[in-house]
Design a binder for this molecule. Structure first.
Ligand code: ADP
Ligand code: MG
Length: 248
């Protein structure tokens, strides 16, 4: 077979990585099976990279943060090893949940994004949203008669990250929906939450004390709670950099 025909086949089979690399790999090829293995690997790698990129873009992270840039010395009471372990994606495979709890500016959202990014690289479909954004979206879907479809679309994500639970008070209709989302995922899919509310205060974001304790029970039964403390990193960085403004 001549090269133009081979290249046409590779294009029609949608194997761009092989197309780009087959000549280079052929230069050192010793046996045909090893060569075929090498060209197949470049395609597999390229697809994995594309998959990761697509999952990261679909996750709608507000910004990209990793544990590499997280200073654990600022959180001496948080269990560094256990938090770093979350980046291996096992908690998503085991359908467990994670809660980062603490005052504003201490790195909860940073860590939530970091575990989400890691999940994307491990092949898990992830969605990042704020509690307020999620509920606005669901209430709108309810008004449009598309709630069932919207809820089902959340099921496609192995990991649902809900940032800032408790920052804004919600109406009963919204808290009912939040309860529905979280209870629907129990033992089926993972949830990651950041909150400034201690469990005693979760009554503020769920319809009543019973549902609040049912949600806590579920999240804690198959999940881990990490408490962050200290003063806001935003205020600290504002001291060092007058351009930076504290958000909360
Ligand atoms: P929270 O969600 O707890 O309010 P964020 O995660 O939004 O706080 O953190 C505020 C800012 O400070 C972000 O830019 C974050 O990257 C940074 N930050 C907070 N804590 C740390 C830390 N321990 N190491 C590095 N950056 C941090
Ligand atoms: Mg935050």
């Amino acid at each position: 077979m001549n090269a133009p025909l081979l290249e046409e086949h590779l294009r029609s089979l949608k194997l761009p990585a092989i197309l780009a690399n087959y000549r280079r790999l052929a230069e050192n090829a010793r046996d045909p099976i090893a060569y075929l293995g090498e060209v197949a690997s470049v395609e597999v790698e390229r697809r994995h990279e594309n998959g990761v990129k697509a999952r990261i873009s679909a996750a709608r992270f507000p910004t990209l943060k990793t544990f590499d840039t997280f200073d654990f010395t600022a959180q001496p009471r948080a269990p560094k090893t256990k938090i770093l372990e979350l980046a291996d994606g096992r908690f998503v495979r085991e359908r467990r949940s994670v809660i980062f709890y603490g005052p504003p500016g201490v790195g909860k959202t940073h860590c939530l994004i970091a575990i989400g990014l890691a999940a994307c690289t491990h092949g898990y479909r992830t969605l990042f949203t704020t509690a307020a954004g999620l509920l606005t979206d669901l209430l709108e879907a309810k008004r449009n008669g598309t709630l069932t479809r919207r809820l089902r679309s959340l099921d496609r994500f192995a990991l649902l990250l809900i940032d800032e639970l408790g920052y804004v008070p919600f109406e009963r209709e919204a808290t009912d929906l939040l309860y529905q989302v979280i209870s629907q995922r129990y033992e089926c899919a993972s949830v990651g939450i950041t909150t400034n509310l201690a469990f005693e205060q979760w009554i503020q974001v769920f319809p009543d004390a019973m549902t609040a304790s049912a949600v806590i029970d579920r999240l804690v039964h198959h999940g881990s709670v990490f408490e962050f403390s200290g003063t806001s990193h935003r205020l600290k960085s504002r001291d060092g950099n007058p351009q930076t403004r504290a958000k909360t």
